[in-house]
Design a protein around this ligand. Structure first.
Ligand code: THU
Length: 135
């Protein structure tokens, strides 16, 4: 995947983050997915007073893509938050990613300081990235 396209996806996620509805956690996340047709869909986290009904930014972006393009596949996904280390997706989002992206989905994790960590989804399922980040 070209660097320019990666940067475009991360920028789209940063912009989408502005719309995050986060009155409970105040932790805003933005995401952007690239489909196999070359389209970009963005999403932010949308919280709920029940908390469990909260939708993560990644799932918002994926569900927007799937609802707009029947039978599409996701090639890459960017995730951005204002964190010390690049923001890593939660287990529920990884499960949704594998449904529509597969094991070689490119996961571009970033923060607002410009740090990035790029992995294939398969690597995230084994917890290796978490160890790398938390060491
Ligand atoms: N969140 C995301 O949207 N994506 C992530 O990768 C991490 C967590 C959201 C869920 C909730 O609104 C807030 O961040 C705090 O967990």
């Amino acid at each position: 995947m070209e660097n320019k396209l990666q940067e475009k996806l991360i920028k789209a996620a940063i912009n989408a983050r502005e719309n995050a509805y986060v009155p409970y956690s105040e932790f805003a996340v933005g995401s952007a997915v690239l489909t196999k047709e070359g389209e970009i869909y963005t999403g932010c986290n949308i919280e709920n007073i029940s908390y469990s009904l909260t939708n993560c930014a990644e799932r918002t972006a994926i569900f927007k893509a799937i609802s707009e393009e029947k039978n599409t596949e996701i090639i890459a996904i960017a995730i951005v938050a204002d964190t010390k280390h690049p923001c890593v997706p939660c287990g529920a989002c990884r499960q949704v990613m594998i449904e529509f992206g597969g094991r070689d989905l490119k996961v571009l994790m970033a923060n607002l300081s410009g740090d990035t960590l790029i992995k294939e989804l398969d690597e995230l399922f084994w917890g290796r990235v978490n160890e790398e980040i938390l060491e």
